[in-house]
Design a protein around this ligand. Structure first.
Ligand SMILES: NC(=O)c1ccc[n+]([C@@H]2O[C@H](COP(=O)([O-])OP(=O)(O)OC[C@H]3O[C@@H](n4cnc5c(N)ncnc54)[C@H](OP(=O)(O)O)[C@@H]3O)[C@@H](O)[C@H]2O)c1
Length: 266
């Protein structure tokens, strides 16, 4: 799968990863779904997986589904609590799920970021965390996100970007580029698949055989300031379809405009 430099981190990451919000929050009797999705995703070249303590059982389910693939994975997860004691317990649980290391630890929705950064930096120094990041899903929080970005204390951000959620293009993506931060895109299919199922083959014909999900993923990846998109899926065939988007050429201006028109008309 095509890879991109992850900002100024010195890492190259495959451009399509796997989100786990809702889709991997599975009871034990359904966990085989996670194994199938992760197996298909990794067979197709995905390596970045994203989770959070907010996603119920997903972190634990993901850890078990990774199994022997753990060493190949780039695990991005989050700290999501105001309490430093709880946050440390969240990290301990993650270290148990993911073999003693988290590649990217993100402060979820910027919750208590000023309190969390010092101890997370110490954990990074100690080698249990690779990179630090911050996420927010709402444009109303982008001012605060800018503040964290400018602190020089994080190496990556996670923000929403799809043809109907483009606020990050105004200030966040230019700033991320200037600061050489890694950029992970959440909600590439509109958030919980809000832009799906989308237009049919006739309307998509000018894009030359792409599925609508692939058109949305390539639309986001056509912005070179984006490094990884993380569509969530509980369907192995969707994981394969999404991974294939990584091999497609970036869209030109006319093709991007067409995807935007089609998305607005849904
Ligand atoms: N604040 C934050 O930090 C934050 C907020 C939101 C999201 N995120 C992260 O970003 C990830 C992605 O966002 P999201 O889960 O909200 O939404 P999304 O990835 O835009 O959409 C996911 C939905 O799209 C469907 N889907 C995926 N691939 C498909 C395909 N090829 N064809 C048809 N349907 C497809 C999935 O259903 P199927 O299971 O049927 O495939 C799922 O319901 C999350 O899982 C999470 O890891 C982070």
């Amino acid at each position: 799968m095509r890879a991109r430099a992850f900002g100024g981190t010195g890492l190259e990451l495959p451009v399509v990863g796997l989100g786990t919000w809702q889709v991997l929050d599975l009871p034990p009797e359904e966990e085989s779904v996670a194994s199938r999705v992760v197996a298909e995703a990794f067979a197709a070249g995905m390596r970045v997986v994203d989770s959070s303590p907010m996603y119920g059982r997903s972190e634990a389910v993901l850890g078990r589904a990774l199994g022997g693939r753990r060493a190949e994975a780039f695990v991005a997860t989050k700290i999501w609590t105001r309490s430093t004691d709880d946050a440390r317990r969240q990290l301990d649980a993650q270290l148990a799920f993911y073999g003693g290391h988290v590649e990217l630890e993100q402060i979820h929705n910027l919750v208590a970021w000023r309190e969390h950064l010092p101890w997370l930096e110490a954990e990074r120094e100690a080698g249990r965390i690779g990179l630090l990041g911050a996420t927010h899903y709402a444009a109303s929080a982008f001012g605060e996100l800018e503040e964290v970005m400018r602190s020089g204390r994080i190496q990556a951000i996670q923000i929403p970007l799809n043809p109907v959620e483009r606020e990050c293009e105004r200030r966040i993506l230019p700033l991320a580029e200037e600061l050489r931060l890694g950029v992970v895109v959440m909600r590439p299919l509109g958030g919980e698949g809000a832009l799906l199922p989308g237009p049919g083959p006739r309307e998509l014909a000018p894009l030359g055989g792409l599925t609508w999900a692939q058109a949305l993923l390539v639309w986001a990846l056509s912005d070179p300031r984006v490094h990884v998109v993380i569509p969530a899926t509980s369907d192995p065939s969707h994981a394969r379809e999404n991974a294939a988007a990584a091999e497609l050429a970036p869209l030109g201006d006319d093709e991007r405009a067409l995807v935007e028109r089609l998305a607005r008309s849904l």
